[in-house]
Design a protein. Sequence first.
Length: 86
Amino acid sequence: MNSTEIIGFTAAILTTAAFLPQVYKTWKTRDVSSLSLPMLLLFFVGIVAWLIYGFLKDSPSMILANSITVVSAFLLIYFKITYGKK
């Protein structure tokens, strides 16, 4: 593994880890009032694009981080739609 991928994995771990507490808090509290659906949708599309880019660049760090973040963003979108109707 070269130094570029080490930096990539470090960034991947930090940025992905920073997003997970929001997913957990939303799941536990079911409070989606502060989440913007348009922002979540734009973010989701952007992360999917980064994931595709990671595959095209053959970058394990980008693939790992964006795979996890795609799932997390999808969950927040699901929570926003499901819990926002109450």
